[in-house]
Ligand binder design. Structure first.
Ligand code: C2E
Ligand code: MG
Ligand code: MG
Ligand code: MG
Length: 287
């Protein structure tokens, strides 16, 4: 009897593993199909000046709505695409869409696209150059984000790729700064222009004063190296106020100002902010 139970438990475990494996394989083949059909979408999350008066840049975020499951988070499908060797197809798709959408926005707006570490092992410079040429977007309006851990993957080669992209006029940002491994020792040598401080530093800034000090230190260090600072994941007015009091960021990205939105909504958002600015200016003039 004991033996039978043991055997039964084992089988249940195995069949659960099987089911998970099959589910993943199904998701992978669905993703392959979606990519082939150009069925991914791109949402854009604006980055604002800290006073909220202006949008400077929008981050392109890949979206996949599965026909049966609904939205699949990018944290899931980007990893699947990486495992399938298809992530550069995702990158190409997002880049092309982002560059053409950016052309429909006010000229002072840039667009920022995330790269996978695997992109940096491909001919990504040629891919980017080709898409810029095809769409006609000024390279000065394109930003590319790489995570800190990407920089540790074959550092010499990665740095050469980033340097080449910069020489073409593209801005390079380190994403999720503070979550990878010790960039402090080589931050001065990296060919980057912007650091995006990870939202884990912001979540608890009122209560966790030690972590807030780490954030302040990272900001000061980045600034002293001539880098621009974006703070991600700012959700509340209170967080925004504290960051502003300390002059922490050049740009703020987070739900406090805006969630990701369709590309077609970006121009309207900019117009709304511009109207607000001119209303404020006329109030100041009258006063
Ligand atoms: P990320 O590049 O750090 O993008 C920011 C993520 O934080 C987005 O999640 C965004 O919706 C979310 N976010 C923005 N503001 C807030 C906030 O105030 N609070 C909270 N809690 N979250 C906020 P999303 O769109 O789910 O993307 C997750 C990650 O997936 C991205 O992190 C990025 O690493 C990756 N990803 C998304 N699109 C692409 C892509 O096209 N290519 C690659 N390689 N990776 C992508
Ligand atoms: Mg990003
Ligand atoms: Mg980020
Ligand atoms: Mg992040």
């Amino acid at each position: 009897e004991t033996k039978a139970r043991g055997k039964g438990g084992c089988t249940a475990f195995e069949s659960e593993m099987d089911a998970r494996y099959r589910e993943r394989q199904k998701l992978k083949s669905d993703l392959r199909e979606a990519l082939g059909a150009g069925a991914l979408q791109v949402a854009y999350q604006p980055m604002f000046l800290p006073d909220g008066s202006r949008v400077a840049c929008c981050e392109a975020l890949a979206r996949w709505t599965h026909p049966e499951r609904g939205p699949v988070p990018p944290s899931v499908f980007i990893q699947l695409a990486e495992e399938m060797g298809l992530v550069t197809d995702v990158t190409r798709f997002v880049l092309r869409q982002a560059c053409s959408d950016c052309l429909t926005w006010p000229a002072e707006l840039s667009v920022s696209v995330n790269l996978s570490v695997l992109d940096l092992r491909t001919e990504i410079v040629d891919v980017v150059a080709e898409i810029l040429e095809q769409t006609g977007l000024n390279p000065a309006r394109l930003h590319l984000e790489v995570t800190e851990s990407c920089l540790m993957d074959e550092p010499v080669k990665v740095q050469a790729v980033l340097q080449e992209l910069r020489e073409r006029g593209i801005t390079i940002a380190i994403d999720d700064f503070g979550t990878g491994y010790s960039s402090l020792s080589y931050l001065d040598a990296l060919p980057v222009d912007v650091i995006k401080i990870d939202r884990s530093f912001v979540r608890n800034i009122r209560k966790d004063s030690r972590r807030f000090k780490v954030l302040l230190g990272a900001v000061a260090l980045a600034r002293s190296l001539g880098l621009k600072v974006v703070i991600e994941g700012v959700e509340t007015v209170d967080q925004l106020q504290l960051l502003s009091e300390h002059g922490c960021a050049d740009l703020i990205q987070g739900f406090v100002f805006s969630a990701p939105m369709p590309g077609s909504a970006v121009a309207a958002l900019c117009q709304k902010r511009a109207r607000k600015r001119s209303a404020q200016t006329s109030r100041t003039l009258i006063a």
